[in-house]
Design a protein around this ligand. Sequence first.
Ligand SMILES: Nc1ncnc2c1ncn2[C@@H]1O[C@H](COP(=O)(O)OP(=O)(O)OP(=O)(O)O)[C@@H](O)[C@H]1O
Ligand SMILES: [Mg+2]
Length: 502
Amino acid sequence: MFSPTDMPSPSSIFSAYASMTASIMLVRSMANEIIPQPIRAYLFNTFRYLIKPRSPTLTLIIEESTGIARNQVYDAAETYLSTRVSPDNERLKISKTPKEKKLTIRLEKGEKLADCFNGVCFKWRFICSESEKNNPNDHNNISIRSEKRYFELSFPTKQKEMVLDSYLPFILDKAKDMKDEERVLKMHTLNTSYCYSGVKWDSINLEHPSTFDTLAMEPELKNAVIEDLNRFVKRKDYYKRVGRAWKRGYLLYGPPGTGKSSLIAAMANYLKFDIYDLQLGNIVRDSDLRKLLLATANRSILVIEDIDCTVDLPERRHGDHGRKQADLQLTLSGLLNFIDGLWSSCGDERIIIFTTNHKERLDPALLRPGRMDMHIHMSYCSYQGFKLLASNYLEISSDHHLFGEIEGLIEDIQITPAQVAEELMKNEDAEATLEGFVKLLKRKKMEGDVCENFSPDKAEPTHQQSKRRKVGCKQKRGVGNSKNNSGTTQRRTRRIRRGCSL
Ligand SMILES: Nc1ncnc2c1ncn2[C@@H]1O[C@H](COP(=O)(O)OP(=O)(O)OP(=O)(O)O)[C@@H](O)[C@H]1O
Ligand SMILES: [Mg+2]
């Protein structure tokens, strides 16, 4: 028990306080003298941080621009959030440019929305703040109005790692997929009207409807091509690890009208890669070729059609333009050197495709192992191919009563998918069309006019070709399919352009 006499007197409390204050002042002035200012500031901030109560919510600011370049996280968030609008949103922006396929939805200033990922709820808010600054270059003191746009992303602080490691990368990937989906592919062709500065690429929208679903090809070969493309686009790290350029080369060969150009368009549509159609016949100088190859973008397909006709450049040039042979430098080896060296060492995710109707005429340099990664034989229409075309063109399934007869006939003759497609388009009535088609097949078989102006590749006969050889098919010249060197490239370009909007 304390008696009133045990209580400290006010005067003793005051003197204790005074001596404590004096001690603190002494310590502080000693600390100020002994500890340098930056260290003092650091200790002070740390102490303040430790005693400050922690906020349970963290807010990230995602600005439109990083000062120099656009902020990819902002662009991705804008694209991603357009798929997350809810009935609670009161104001949204809608737009569509001529190049866009669909309407675009964006949040209006101040709009909020909620999103859930991995069981965590996120709050998004779009903010647009305007400010006015004096223009130092303007003597009339007219101020410049600037707008700053950003997203605020709020979430529980303890989820910070998850947001940085999973949520934001997920948004970046998702937005990339959406952009790819929306992207309008381009077809770049050479513009030769630049007389003095050489040739340049001109681009048009590539709206070729060919896809792997519409392409009549042997199913195993089609799957092999799709798998090869899938493997290629996934293997960035692999190519880096083994020290190879991230490139892939395909040689497509086969008779005219078997779908080589259609396969190129299907590949471009599948990968969402632009096409560069390199018509070698229009290139005069080595330097032009170098410039053109360097001007191609990543994620693109460089196409050289009818390589057997276009690589014999010196002779053709001499005839066409009256140039001296000595001036002409474009040769197959020159081209291959460019492709192996210069083109390979810059850029990523590139595909190069050569096409030919005559593989056997190609320079062995082009065929040597490692140059073209995959040789794809586009052959005459098989029964499988016919069924796919019939389902595409006539929307009929394989249980039609004429299919049995067609199967028996088509395997014995050489008819290109292009011819089949043309036949199937003649009449809207499926029954009448198929009857007409059977008649055509019978006529072709009877007349023996079953082979086209094409010597099938001897090195790699397909199952179907071996079968055809066994039935003693004579190689005849196909009407309308003969080619000459000069007109070939333009014709190819027209073919692949078919279906492109200008
Ligand atoms: N395999 C196929 N599957 C579906 N349609 C095809 C196929 N092959 C050809 N066609 C049709 O025929 C048209 C011409 O075919 P394409 O231009 O792809 O043939 P190509 O092999 O490139 O011929 P060329 O050697 O003359 O360049 C195509 O637009 C398409 O309609
Ligand atoms: Mg073609």
